[in-house]
Design a protein around this ligand. Structure first.
Ligand code: SAT
Ligand code: MN
Length: 612
């Protein structure tokens, strides 16, 4: 161990006495990591304003954070990442379970012993000359029984300031971890309940970059990337991959879903949880602005979360959900006053921008924001269109959810919000109607399992190829999808009052390749029909693939959609569906014997109904 470092009295960035923990097991783990990584300094984060100010000052001094226009964007910063470190790396992301089948064909797998050896070799001495930050955090409201804690050790101050926005980070989280740990000790229970995450940016060499998950050990090891999904370990690594494993064991659900509250003119609010693959407008739906007429009538939309949803059964048999995150890590390009004014208002101050362009007066800029021409691109080069987009297509903003004008007061409710409807969606140019409702829970689970999105011309590879992304969890489910579907099915008990399940497709196109549905705020019309269905007030027509509305069943006044377009949007094509459901059967078969027979039987039932 590096003799110069006393783990519990390390140099303190905040200038206060560094604490260590009352929990011996946590101190022991930190000491072990210090011995391995050999940092120059150790800092336990308390999440305070002064700590934050010191970190920002240090990062401004070394160029990690660049100031933005103080008048238009107070307390906001630009970070330019290494150009080779701009996104999640699914091919370098592993689930390490003792049994390979437990991880399933939906994950990259590595033997845990081999994975630890590989990672520890990378971590050896990697923090020499750096400060090691101990970052305690809580996913979910700090006093919520649904919330879970973790501790991330990182050598990246950028990660620390982002974690402070994205989670409840610092002293209150540490206090909860200690309380839970000491309670367990008193009861004689072994093991810790918090997730241990070890992260180093290393030298950012993509050849030495791995994101490893050890669900049985509640452990994450991430090396060689500073990018959000790879480095902010509370988000995808903890709140989805590790949490999905924990949720299965403990009987709850950790999902890649937004949570939104829809308040009708009578003041009643229903909450909806919705899963969409990336680039299908999750953040926009979570922050939806009702169309003018709806606003006047008194409809309101409340944002609870835009990315992750933890749900569990309440006393009354309903599902209750919390957003485990405290902030938004949103895609900047395309965010504008017309696409998402709430997001734009949210990021008008106290925001960290990563890999966006800047104007000549130091304002952050990205494609789709407005008509201005930026001065510098995301790499800090003078902007020139030949060098590609000004902002990186995956450029991001990090911001506290509290700044969102539509942030729901119930988002901080420790008991969570009751979920009335679960919505699955994808990007499908044809076949899949605007909306359909599952006949029951089993059918709903199959709808989720069938989720897919067509590739667009923007991505490399063939256009219009369907990529399977069940429940939008393909990159995030920490275990075998077959077991995951079985876990979903297990919620269907006699006394459960489960949400209704729907499937939507905002992206259907006409023969000329134009979108048939206007989307954005107009999507509220579809949500309104769903909630009326939940209340048993709206009509629908049964088809083998679910309940469909006719145009008459939807409120369309002022939507500006022609009758012909509506007919196409709500059309049911048995021939096309037969192919679709057959392909789904082949997909389910890829999981072999492990696939729950109930789900296979449901797929077969629909196939038979389509052939009648
Ligand atoms: O890429 S991240 O995982 O950081 C964010 C996202 O995909 O939602
Ligand atoms: Mn996401």
């Amino acid at each position: 161990m590096n003799a110069a470092v006393d783990v519990f009295k390390g140099n303190d960035v905040a200038g206060k006495e560094a604490a260590g923990s009352r929990l011996e097991s946590l101190n022991a783990w930190v000491a072990q990591v210090v011995a391995l990584t050999q940092p120059d300094q150790v800092h336990w984060c308390d999440g305070s304003e002064s700590e934050h100010a010191n970190l920002v000052a240090a990062m401004q001094a070394d160029g990690t954070l660049l100031p933005l226009n103080r008048e238009t964007h107070p307390h906001s910063w630009l970070h330019r990442s290494h150009p080779g470190d701009v996104a999640r790396v699914e091919h370098l992301t592993f689930v390490c379970t003792p049994d390979r089948d437990e991880a399933g064909p939906n994950n990259h797998w590595m033997d845990p012993v081999a994975a630890h050896a590989k990672m520890d070799a990378l971590f050896a001495g990697c923090m020499r000359g750096r400060t090691l930050y101990v970052v305690p955090y809580c996913m979910g409201p700090i006093d919520s029984p649904l919330a879970r804690c973790g501790v991330e050790i990182t050598d990246s101050p950028y990660v620390v300031v982002n974690m402070r926005l994205m989670t409840r980070m610092g002293a209150p989280a540490l206090a909860r971890i200690e309380r839970e740990g000491l309670d367990r000790a008193v009861r004689g229970q072994a093991g810790d309940t918090y997730v241990k995450g070890l992260h180093s940016t290393g030298d950012l060499d993509p050849e030495r970059r791995f994101i490893m998950h050890f669900p049985h050990e509640l452990t994450i090891k991430s090396f060689g990337s500073g990018y959000g999904g790879n480095a902010l370990l509370g988000k995808k690594c903890h709140a989805l991959r590790i949490a999905s494993h924990q949720a299965r064991q403990e009987g709850w659900l950790a999902e890649h879903m937004l949570i939104v509250g829809i308040e009708n003119p009578h003041g009643q609010t229903h909450y909806i949880a919705a899963a969409f693959p990336s680039a299908c407008g999750k953040t926009n739906l979570a922050m939806l602005i009702p169309p003018e007429g709806y606003r006047q009538a008194g409809w309101k939309v409340w944002t609870v979360g835009d990315d992750i949803c933890w749900m569990r059964r309440g006393q009354d048999g309903r599902l209750y959900a919390i957003n485990p995150e405290a902030g938004f890590f949103g895609v900047a390009p395309g965010t504008s006053d017309s696409s998402n004014p709430n997001a734009l208002a949210t990021i008008s101050h106290h925001t960290i921008f990563t890999n966006v362009a800047v104007t000549d007066d130091q304002e952050p800029w990205w494609e789709g924001l407005d008509g201005r021409t930026p001065a510098l691109d995301w790499q800090g080069r003078p902007y020139s269109p030949e060098q590609g987009p000004a902002a990186h297509p995956n450029s991001r903003f990090t911001v506290s959810a509290r700044q969102c004008p539509s942030y729901s007061a119930r988002a901080e409710d420790p008991q969570g919000v009751p979920i009335s409807a679960i919505v699955f969606g994808g990007r499908r140019a044809s076949l899949v109607p605007l909306v359909m409702q599952a006949r029951d829970w089993t059918h709903g689970v199959l709808m989720g399992a069938a989720m897919g999105s067509e590739t667009t011309a923007a991505a490399t590879g063939a256009v219009g190829v369907m990529r399977r992304d069940p429940m939008a969890m393909k990159p995030f489910c920490g275990y075998n999808f077959a077991d995951y579907f079985a876990h979903w099915l297990s919620f269907d008990t006699a006394d459960a009052r489960l949400p209704e399940v729907f499937h939507v497709n905002w992206f259907r196109k006409d023969a000329d390749g134009k979108f048939l549905w206007p989307g954005f705020g107009e999507n509220l019309r579809v949500l309104q029909w769903m909630l009326a269905r939940v209340e048993g007030r709206a009509r629908a027509t049964e088809t083998p693939v679910g309940w469909l509305p006719t145009a008459d069943d939807l409120e369309l006044e002022g939507a500006g959609v022609s009758a012909a377009a509506m007919a196409e949007l709500l059309q049911f094509d048995p021939e096309g569906w037969r192919e679709e459901v057959e392909a789904l059967g082949a997909y389910l078969d890829e999981f072999g014997e492990r696939m729950p027979p109930t789900l296979k039987a449901e797929q077969q039932r629909i196939l038979r109904a389509l052939s009648e």
